[in-house]
Design a protein around this ligand. Structure first.
Ligand code: HEM
Length: 145
């Protein structure tokens, strides 16, 4: 009986570990929570869209885009990038941005607009820096392609 008890215990432990690791967002895995979960991301993306709408360098890139489609895709992607419980299933960053002729200046400007948006919604500087570090990894997928 003890033999079986040990096996059952091991199976239960493995199931528990599996269950935990399958869920990306935990309160220790903090960036998603630091931003204020889904609602916080939506507030931030709305502020970002406002900023893009007022920017004469970046707005022309969006001349033929649907705001609601961009909003939905950006929210899902952002949530995924910061470790939230979302799985972005849209096109790759490369596919989306190919042919837009994005250069250093426009990339830097988008980053500035995101920083302004993060300030608009009172995201702290340490959290801003962690977000920017994650997005910086995607630079080569949107620039000069
Ligand atoms: C790290 C930087 C960037 C990230 C993470 C990013 C991410 C995204 C995402 C997630 C979408 C929406 C995808 C969807 O429709 O599902 C998108 C669309 C778009 N992005 Fe970016 N982007 C970045 C930089 C830029 C830059 C620098 C520009 C232009 C200066 C730009 C212009 C656009 C435009 C115009 C669209 C809309 C495309 C369409 O209408 O289908 N992006 N981007």
């Amino acid at each position: 009986m003890l033999k079986y008890f040990n096996s059952i215990l091991i199976i239960l432990l493995l199931a528990l570990i599996g269950g935990c690791s399958g869920n990306k967002a935990t309160s220790q895995n903090n960036l998603y929570y630091d931003v204020g979960e889904r609602q916080g991301i939506e507030r931030l993306v709305d502020a970002f869209i406002q900023r893009i709408g007022q920017d004469e360098t970046i707005l022309p890139y969006f001349a033929k885009s649907s705001v609601s489609h961009f909003r939905a895709g950006f929210i899902e992607h952002f949530c995924d990038v910061i470790g939230g419980p979302c799985q972005y299933q849209g096109d790759t960053m490369k596919d989306i941005h190919t042919g837009m002729n994005i250069n250093e200046a426009s990339f830097n400007r988008i980053v500035e607009l995101l920083i302004l948006a993060m300030e608009d919604v009172d995201i702290s500087y340490p959290v801003q820096n962690k977000i920017l570090a994650r997005l910086a990894l995607l630079r080569s997928e949107v620039i000069h392609i």
